[in-house]
Design a binder for this molecule. Structure first.
Ligand SMILES: [Zn+2]
Length: 293
């Protein structure tokens, strides 16, 4: 049961978004800035994303006629510009994902510089201002939310307070939140990355992906919203992507779903809200004004 289910377009039972965070090798450069340039294995693991996985993913989307959303750090927009052009030419959305995947908690107090530098790169390379943001490692802070409101963003996608999109209200303004969750993120089943402190046994593709499909079934039954938060260098690998591709194909054939970019979902929800057809749940921020202990 969902308290305020969304009446999706064309009577679709569930909206679906496959979002890719294309972090590439920004992860090693931000975590080991002194010697990352010497670390060829993690650089090459990251480069697999833009160079091998992205062409594969774009080909699948073209075949099924899907437009989806990507979140990409500003440094990667510049470094992998040739692939960014392909993503944009195919009609996909690119959201703000920090400059070099800096953690907003670790850079607290200095986010303006990182945030606005990245906005400039978006304007230069993508030719437009993004309307959505996802915090690196989901570590969204009040500082970043204020910057998003100041720069007229429409949505964040880093928090976890509900099953379906909701609204965040702060003293400075409002944003939509498109909630994420670790259960629909490929980091727990597939990431194995000692250099950034993440050591997990890598799951077989079918086992790692099974959790996602179970999440989808529950959302579908409840008339909800299903979003994957995945990474090209993890889920864009051959065996895993083959299974995601089969899932997309069978879902399109057998289920009544609306595959959409997050920017289109937000535009649709905003229209529903303005016409008083649907009212989002509201989370008021800040949650707390001072230390708890
Ligand atoms: Zn990321």
């Amino acid at each position: 049961m969902i308290r305020n289910p969304i009446p999706w377009p064309d009577n679709a039972k569930c909206a679906v978004s496959i979002t890719f965070d294309m972090d590439a090798d920004s992860l090693i450069h931000i975590s080991k800035p002194d010697d990352s340039f010497k670390r060829l294995y993690p650089i090459s693991m990251g480069k697999y994303g833009p160079n091998v996985a992205i062409p594969r993913i774009l080909e699948t989307y073209r075949r099924f006629g899907l437009k989806q959303s990507f979140f990409i750090p500003g440094w990667c927009l510049k470094e992998y510009q040739y692939q960014i052009e392909n993503i944009l030419n195919d009609g996909h959305e690119i959201g703000h994902h920090g400059y070099l995947h800096e953690d907003p908690i670790k850079t607290y107090g200095n986010q303006r510089e990182w945030f606005e530098k990245t906005l400039e790169i978006h304007k230069q390379i993508c030719g437009k201002h993004p309307i959505g943001y996802r915090a690196p490692v989901y570590n969204i802070t009040d500082e970043v939310i204020d910057l998003m409101i100041e720069h007229k963003f429409k949505y964040d996608s880093s928090m976890m307070a509900d099953d379906i999109p909701y609204e965040i209200k702060t003293p400075k303004g409002n944003l939509y939140e498109i909630p994420v969750h670790w259960g629909t993120d490929d980091w727990p089943p597939f990431a194995h990355y000692e250099e950034i402190g993440y050591m997990m046994p890598v799951q077989a593709p079918s086992k790692g992906l099974l959790g996602f499909w179970e999440e989808f079934e529950a959302q579908y039954e409840a008339g909800g919203f299903f979003m994957l938060i995945i990474h090209p260098f993890l889920t864009g690998r051959l065996a895993r992507w083959k299974q995601v591709e089969s899932w997309i194909e069978s879902t399109l054939e057998t289920k009544n779903v609306w595959f959409a970019k997050l920017e289109d979902i937000i535009k649709y929800l905003d229209d529903l809200k303005n016409q008083s057809i649907w009212t989002p749940s509201v989370e008021k921020l800040p949650y707390y004004h001072k230390k708890i202990l």
